[in-house]
Design a protein around this ligand. Structure first.
Ligand SMILES: Nc1nc2c(ncn2[C@@H]2O[C@H](COP(=O)(O)OP(=O)(O)OP(=O)(O)O)[C@@H](O)[C@H]2O)c(=O)[nH]1
Ligand SMILES: [Mg+2]
Ligand SMILES: [Zn+2]
Length: 293
């Protein structure tokens, strides 16, 4: 029986669709995974054994994961494309900064994507994130020009994340050159109160790399990070490490805090520090709650 290696593109009703050098192959998972309580995830690199027909197979081994997310359930993401729209909906920088924080914490690369450039001036957001040390690309999916984005996708497994209506599905449809994912009017979404995109599927790119559109993908779980570790996920704070008066400085209210001193000098964007403060409070409360239990 032939053995192949590949990557899980999607899973539907107990069947997995694997991208292999021989094309896409429909597989079942070995019963043993269930016994061991392991669920194959979209994005998993797997070994498969081909059935007699040569067209279907069985997943025999899941190769070690670089990372895995719980919501959405996906493995081996190498890059998050964090998407905002300059208008409609207006950017929620706190949501964006939380997403960035989670990605940094997991060691996943971040690419800031500013969409809907046809609707307004993007320079404010470009400056905030370029100055913080991120790669930023600006484009309009509506004007069908995403040439600034494409080079960043090569060789990466990129998940598109961001609030409903920012244009993730529109961008992916453009990348793939076909209407794969349903898109929807922002007003319709608000009325229905839900996302247009409901399933997760990895798509293979022609050059190299994979992309995934995910429903409700605005943030990951924050639970693995302590409040005191938070500042290390804000990369522009890094240069002030060890420069605060107090070694256990939380960069919130302390006298002689190098981060706070950098704010009026314009070296750290106020919105980034505000997000930091909000996340700090959230995490502090989670921890307190946990110790009370
Ligand atoms: N003006 C303008 N509208 C855009 C642009 N890109 C997407 N849109 C519109 O914005 C709306 C939402 O786009 P979607 O691609 O469905 O957004 P989404 O991020 O996938 O949303 P969810 O699936 O709900 O998370 C649609 O009406 C798109 O036509 C753009 O560059 N400019
Ligand atoms: Mg969508
Ligand atoms: Zn400080």
């Amino acid at each position: 029986m032939g053995e192949l290696q590949g990557k899980i593109l999607k899973g539907i009703g107990g069947f997995y669709y694997i991208d292999t050098p021989e094309g896409e192959i429909e597989c079942r998972a070995r019963g043993i995974f269930r016994k061991e309580n392991i669920t194959p995830l979209v994005g998993d690199n797997v070994k498969i054994k081909l059935n007699q027909d040569g067209k279907t197979g069985v997943i025999s081994e899941i190769l070690p994961r670089e990372n895995s997310l719980i919501r959405p359930p996906v493995a081996n993401i190498s890059q998050i494309a964090a998407v905002i729209a300059v208008e409609n909906p207006k950017p929620n920088l706190q949501v964006l900064d939380k997403l960035i924080c989670c990605a940094e914490n997991l060691g996943i690369k971040v690419l800031i994507c500013i969409n809907k450039s046809d609707l307004g001036d993007c320079s404010l957001y470009e400056n905030i994130y370029k100055n913080a040390g991120f790669d930023v690309v600006t484009f309009s999916a509506k004007q069908e020009d995403i040439s600034t984005l494409l080079p960043y996708l090569e060789g990466e497994t990129t998940a598109f994340a961001g609030n409903s209506g920012v244009g993730k599905s529109s961008i992916i449809n453009l990348i793939l050159g076909e209407e794969i994912f349903e898109t929807g009017e922002v007003s319709e979404k608000a009325e229905r109160g839900k996302h247009t995109t409901r399933h997760s599927e990895l798509r293979k790119l022609e050059n190299s790399g994979y992309i995934i559109d995910t429903p409700g993908f605005t943030s990951f779980e924050l639970q693995d990070i302590t409040a005191s570790e938070l500042s290390s996920t804000f990369r522009e704070f890094e240069q002030y490490q060890g420069m605060c008066k107090f070694p256990d400085c939380t960069h919130r209210v302390e006298k002689g805090c190098a981060v706070l001193e950098a704010l009026p000098l314009g070296k750290i964007a106020p919105s980034r520090h505000e997000s930091y403060l909000a996340l700090y409070e959230t995490l502090k409360n989670i921890k307190q709650w946990e110790t009370k239990k």
